[in-house]
Ligand binder design. Structure first.
Ligand SMILES: C[S@@+](CC[C@H](N)C(=O)[O-])C[C@H]1O[C@@H](n2cnc3c(N)ncnc32)[C@H](O)[C@@H]1O
Length: 363
């Protein structure tokens, strides 16, 4: 055959799975490349950061390199493109349909979020809350009554609503990459109490990590590299953790004398822990070349207990295409892996900017 097909030839057409993906606005400039990298063959924008895609390779959303740019994802098993405000009895109609469609699949919980999470218009946040209220009555005896009670590996019914309609599907929080619909957990940052924006990053990172491992015990000892002014330090101390914080800049004076805190005012490269001391976790948020940061993490990781946790902020130099950040990511993971640090998770958190957060365990 020379490429032509007779009328009776069978052509196998790949099944295209409809999927909702959330790509943080900070990656807007490379959105088409990101979507292509996860196999999207058709795309439609929804809400603030969402796209409805169709793909023959949904696994690529979670497993391909480009998947790290996808903050959260959900198979679309039910879509109602409509303008909810114009539909009389929207909540009741939506709730009854969802009950009919998903009632037999025993979700662990049912959670509803807005497609425009940071919009000042409160209409859809109220709509999401009211729809959830009705769904809870229609799905009695849900094991996870709150978002926090979910198990990472049990299926949840997630629903998103906005001026573009309603989109729903079942997924485990781990496969969706977050416990909340849309993946973002709001973390209050009240000036003037907040020491730095980075505090929200570690708060979110610790919450996110519950998708992959149990939380650290109270009193666990953290070694923190590049700690100043101390937003992350303050969050860790507030969670009953002990912290040895190192920075060549000074810590915020509000942290002076805090119980559980040791501050080392020096360059990280010169730091050697006191003899016999080992740590439960290592946190790195140093600015500067990422190759130097990971080198310090590797050097100091030999003072971690076996199974000890590393939370590493990988600062991305520039984002003009997906190629460069992905190459840096791969190189960092490989370098760490060769030195006994096993990657357990990687993501772009809501409170990350031009950076990824990587989680390792010491083998
Ligand atoms: C992004 S800030 C960290 C913010 C911090 N995580 C917080 O929660 O407030 C980066 C810090 O890394 C520190 N840093 C970078 N390289 C360092 C080095 N070699 N030794 C010590 N501190 C370093 C800088 O002084 C700066 O305070």
């Amino acid at each position: 055959m020379n490429g032509t097909m007779s009328d009776t030839s069978e052509v196998s057409v790949p099944t295209l799975a409809p999927w909702l993906v959330r790509v943080p606005a900070i990656f807007e400039g490379i959105l088409p490349e990101i979507l292509a990298s996860v196999g999207a063959v058709s795309t439609k924008r929804l809400g603030q950061e969402y796209c409805w895609i169709r793909t023959p390779t949904p696994d690529a959303i979670r497993d391909s390199g480009g998947g790290i740019f996808v903050r959260w994802n959900l198979p679309i098993e039910h879509a109602w493109p409509c303008q909810p405000a114009k539909i009389e009895g929207f909540i009741e109609k939506a709730a009854q349909t969802l009950k009919t469609k998903f009632g037999d699949r025993a979700p662990q919980g049912v959670f509803v979020g807005p497609l425009h999470p940071t919009s000042p218009d409160r209409y859809f946040r109220h709509l999401a809350a009211n729809l959830r209220g009705r769904l809870v009555l229609l799905f009695p005896g849900l094991p996870a009554k709150t978002v926090e009670e979910q198990e990472p590996d049990r299926e949840t019914l997630f629903v998103l609503v906005g001026k573009e309609g309603l989109y729903a599907g079942m997924a485990t929080p781990r496969s969706a990459n977050g416990f909340y619909p849309g993946g973002s957990r709001y973390i209050a940052q009240h000036e003037p109490d907040t020491i730095s924006r980075a505090g929200a990053k570690i708060a979110e990172a610790l919450h996110y990590l519950r998708l992959h491992r149990p939380p650290l015990a109270a009193g666990s000892h953290w070694l923190e590299l590049g700690a100043c002014p101390g937003g992350m330090t303050s969050e860790l101390l507030a969670r009953g953790q002990r912290v040895t914080a190192i920075d060549r800049a000074p810590l915020d004076p509000r942290l002076a004398g805090k119980a559980g805190l040791t501050f080392v005012h020096d360059d990280v490269a010169r730091f050697v822990p006191p003899a016999g001391l080992s740590y439960d976790a290592l946190l790195d948020d140093m600015n500067g070349p990422p190759e130097e940061s990971i080198a310090q993490v590797i050097r100091l990781s030999r003072f971690l207990k076996e199974g000890g946790l590393v939370v590493f902020t990988l600062k991305l130099p520039r984002i003009e295409s997906i190629g460069e950040p992905l190459a840096l990511l791969r190189e960092t993971i490989d370098t760490a892996g060769r030195s006994g640090l096993r990657l357990t998770a990687k993501t772009h958190l809501t409170y990350n900017r031009h950076e990824f957060t990587l989680f390792f365990e010491r083998c």
